[in-house]
Design a protein around this ligand. Structure first.
Ligand code: NI
Length: 178
């Protein structure tokens, strides 16, 4: 078990375009996936992209835990290699996000409401799924990390950003609206 150090906003690895993974089954990628599982569990986050652990490769882990999924489906921790997504329509939703690379803050971020995503699983098999709600949101957030994009770069209303205690007290009940 290895818990990796998480890069924080300001580190250049978070702004770089990550490289595709040539072989998801390569030993060093298997080890990276294991360590990212450990790191994500330790940090109790919803998702983690390889650049966040200083590895500039196109690999993400994400989950949609029941308490975050609202009316949407919950998803266990899922690994996706070389992922892509396309929106299933123009509709955007504002929703609350945090990021392990921006500790202590929460903000409302616009994302596509429904997407289709694809990539490879850790065995190199193709995966294709449709997602909505928090599931769609976390996949878009993690894929952004592979293109050097952090959630503040997607924000449209900075009044909907705060430190966690203040967010909990003043912002959480202010439902982010379109
Ligand atoms: Ni993040």
């Amino acid at each position: 078990m290895a818990i990796l150090k998480i890069a924080r906003m300001g580190h250049p690895v978070l702004l770089a375009e990550a490289e595709p993974v040539a072989d998801p089954t390569a030993p060093e990628i298997r080890e990276l996936i294991r360590d990212m599982h450990d790191t994500l569990a330790d940090a109790a986050g919803a998702g983690l992209a390889a650049p966040q652990v200083h590895v500039s490769k196109r690999l993400i882990l994400f989950s949609a835990p029941p308490e975050r999924s609202g009316e949407g489906e919950s998803v266990p921790v899922t690994v996706l290699v070389n992922p892509h997504f396309e929106p299933l329509g123009p509709e955007m939703e504002l929703g609350w996000e945090g990021c392990l690379s921006i500790p202590g803050l929460r903000a409302a971020v616009p994302r596509y409401a429904a997407i289709r995503y694809c990539g490879l699983d850790p065995e190199g098999r193709p995966v294709e799924r449709e997602a909505s709600g928090f599931h769609a949101r976390v996949v878009q957030h993690e894929i952004d990390h592979l293109d050097g994009i952090l959630y503040p770069m997607r924000m449209t209303d900075f009044s909907l950003m705060g430190f966690e205690p203040e967010w909990q007290r003043y912002l959480l009940d202010r439902r982010p609206s379109e």
